[in-house]
Design a protein around this ligand. Structure first.
Ligand code: GLY
Length: 330
């Protein structure tokens, strides 16, 4: 949970910031982000990242591999029926189907994902099996479900009474316009959990899982299962993952862009900012949509940046697991 002392310290720091000249308060000023490089480190999107980080860190501390840590971390959120953006309890598409997207990447550069998958609580674990047991990277829809069932996963109805009620309320107007920062409304989260981990040996892995945009068109797939868009990990450099409106992330291949910028010398913070600015420059939708990136370098330095205010992320490092408000462009 949110560390109260840290929260108070941050609030005090924010208060002092308001006294600074406006040039120093620029949202795109990256020099003010504290640089910590302690390993191991776990970083993940939104406040549902706090319990996910805790589980991932527990896995590392009990001798688990970094790949096990990222999978087990996001599984906590997939299994939570009160979370309406990931796994069971996810809000359905406009036809009432809960369809899930997930991806995972290992330190050796291997990757697996599933998209448009129904009736399976843990799509991230199916993605891991796609990576480990098949010559493919992505399985979709019916084929992904068939593979999951043949691999021993049990089918389950993912549409909870709460999600069904929200869908029926939406059907009354059937007006589709994704809302920015639903994520921070209790029980109304859209969006992805993306989680990155670096263990104490500097090995990196990442995972990303979501039910995608609520009330989307049936068949829509977001950025989360697209390797390089919603997630990218390169064990030589670092990792990045995205949240928010997947269409904007896919059109700029955002997570790959962040990692490549880090490869070329940017800090994780600078790389996240530059990837967001690419969207600002290229996509007229950027003014009314949210996209957030988090990133970590191989040595444990982290960064985050979003289009709109309101994005937050969970950082577990140096014995603390805290929620941090991201800087934003707007
Ligand atoms: N970022 C998740 C999605 O757009 O589906």
């Amino acid at each position: 949970m949110l560390n109260r002392r840290k929260f108070i310290e941050r609030s005090a720091a924010a208060g002092m910031l308001s006294l600074l000249p406006s040039v120093l308060k620029s949202n795109t000023l990256s020099g003010k982000v504290p640089v910590k490089k302690q390993l191991p480190v776990i970083i993940s999107t939104w406040k549902h990242g706090i319990p996910a980080n805790a589980e991932a860190m527990k896995t590392l501390q009990s001798g688990g591999k970094v790949l096990d840590a990222v999978e087990k971390g996001v599984m906590v959120v997939e299994a939570d029926p009160e979370n309406h953006s990931v796994g069971i309890g996810g809000l359905p598409d406009r036809d009432g189907h809960v369809t899930l997207d997930a991806s995972i990447m290992a330190p050796d550069g291997n990757a697996g994902s599933v998209c448009f998958l129904e009736n399976i609580v843990h799509p991230v674990s199916v993605a891991r099996l796609v990576m480990e047991k098949t010559p493919h990277v992505i399985l979709a829809g019916e084929g992904a479900l068939q593979f999951a069932v043949e691999s021993g996963f049990k089918e389950q109805n993912l549409l909870t009474p709460g999600a069904e009620k929200a869908w029926k309320e939406w059907l009354e107007k059937s007006h589709y316009d994704p809302v920015t920062n639903w994520e921070n409304e209790p029980n109304k989260y859209h969006d992805t959990i993306g989680l990155l981990a670096v263990n104490e040996n500097g090995e990196l892995a990442g995972a990303c899982t979501t039910s995608g945009l609520a009330f989307k068109l049936h068949g829509r797939v977001g950025d989360s299962p697209i390797i390089g868009a919603g997630l990218f990990v390169d064990n030589e450099v670092g990792g990045a993952t995205a949240t928010g409106m997947g269409e904007l992330v896919m059109k700029t291949l955002g997570s790959f862009l962040v990692v490549e910028l880090m490869r070329n010398g940017r800090t994780p913070q600078q790389a996240c900012e530059e990837a967001v600015m690419r969207i600002v420059k290229k996509d007229p939708e950027n003014k009314r949509r949210q996209v957030g990136y988090i990133a970590v370098s191989k040595n444990g330095e982290t960064g985050a940046f979003s289009l709109q205010p309101g994005f937050n992320y969970a950082l577990h490092q140096g014995g603390e697991n805290i929620l941090i408000d991201s800087k934003s462009h707007y």
